[in-house]
Write a protein that binds this ligand. Structure first.
Ligand code: FPP
Length: 255
C-alpha cells in the first residue's frame, strides 16, 4: 500500500487505484507534455489563456499525485523554443504564470520538501519570469524530495546541437578524446544532466507526437497518451498512466 502524504487534505481522486499500484515499480522520472489548454478553453467559449491558467493550477494537483506515490522527478513541458511563434499576448501571458504560481504555492512546496528545477535556456526569457523561477529554485535548493522540473524555453534539437558544439570544443582543447565519447559522456552535455532519463512520458490532448521534447532522453521511455485536455487530466488519470506503465515489460531492445 502506498502511504499518502499529508498534503492531500481530502482523498485524491482515484486513491483506490493508487493504493493498488506496485510500490516497487514506480517510475523514477515522469515527463508530461501538458497539451490541449487552448482547445479546453475554446470548447468552453473562453480565451485560450484561460486554458493556460487552468493548466497551471493542474500542475500543483499532478505534483501532489506524483509525490504521493513516490515519483522522484516530474518534468512539466511548460514552454518550448517553438512556442515563441505564438501571438505576443499569449506568450506574455505564459511568461507571467511563474509569477503567479510560485508565490502562491512555494510554502506548500517547501513544506513537502519539493525541489524546483528548470531545464531550458535562460536567454530570451523575460527578467520577471526568470526571477520567479530562480527564486523558487533558490528557496527549494536544500530540499531533498520530489524534483519538480519545468522544461521552459526548451527544445531538444537545439539542446543536442549545443551539446555537440561544446563537445567538439572540448575535444579540440583535448579535454575529451573522441574514443571516449559514449552515451554517458554525451548525456553530460545535455541540459537535463544530471537528471535520469524519463521512464514514462505522458501527453494529453490526443496528439501523438514528441514535439522536439527530450529526443535523446526518451529513447527507452514508455509513452502514454490520452485524449483528455491537460486541464481535465486529474490525479486519477495520472494513476491510470502509472498502472499501464506497470503492465508494460521494458526490454531495452533485449528479449
Ligand atoms: C500547450 O497547450 C500548453 C502550453 C504551451 C503551455 C503549458 C503551460 C502550463 C500548463 C502552465 C505551466 C505553469 C508554470 C508555473 C510555468 P496548447 O495551448 O498548445 O493547447 P492547444 O493545442 O489546444 O492549442
Amino acid at each position: 500500500m502506498i502511504p499518502f502524504k499529508k498534503w492531500f487534505g481530502s482523498k485524491p481522486e482515484g486513491e483506490e487505484l493508487a493504493r493498488q499500484l506496485d510500490a516497487d515499480n514506480i517510475p523514477n522520472h515522469v515527463a508530461v507534455i501538458m497539451d490541449g489548454n487552448g482547445r479546453w478553453a475554446q470548447k468552453r467559449g473562453l480565451p485560450r489563456v484561460a486554458g493556460h491558467h487552468s493548466g497551471m493550477k493542474n500542475v500543483k494537483r499532478i505534483t501532489m499525485a506524483a509525490d504521493s506515490i513516490g515519483v522522484q522527478v516530474l518534468t512539466m513541458y511548460a514552454f518550448s523554443t517553438e512556442n515563441w511563434k505564438r501571438p505576443k499576448e499569449e506568450v506574455d501571458y505564459l511568461m507571467k504564470l511563474p509569477l503567479e504560481f510560485f508565490p502562491k504555492e512555494i510554502d506548500e512546496l517547501i513544506a513537502n520538501n519539493v525541489q524546483i528545477r528548470m531545464t531550458g535556456w535562460q536567454e530570451g526569457l523575460p527578467d520577471h519570469t526568470l526571477k520567479a523561477i530562480e527564486d523558487a529554485i533558490d528557496q527549494t535548493k536544500r530540499n531533498t524530495g520530489l524534483i519538480l522540473n519545468f522544461a521552459l524555453n526548451y527544445g531538444s534539437r537545439k539542446e543536442m546541437l549545443r551539446g555537440i558544439q561544446q563537445l567538439v570544443q572540448d575535444a579540440k582543447e583535448n579535454k575529451v578524446h573522441p574514443d571516449g565519447i559514449d552515451e554517458t559522456l554525451f548525456s553530460k552535455y545535455l541540459l537535463t544532466d544530471p537528471l535520469p532519463d524519463p521512464d514514462l512520458l505522458i501527453r494529453t490532448s490526443g496528439e501523438k507526437r514528441i514535439s522536439n521534447f527530450m529526443l535523446w532522453q526518451l529513447a527507452y521511455s514508455e509513452l502514454w497518451f490520452t485524449d483528455l485536455c491537460w486541464p481535465d487530466f486529474t490525479e486519477r488519470h495520472f494513476f491510470e498512466a502509472i498502472q499501464e506503465y506497470q503492465r508494460r515489460a521494458r526490454r531495452y531492445g533485449g528479449l
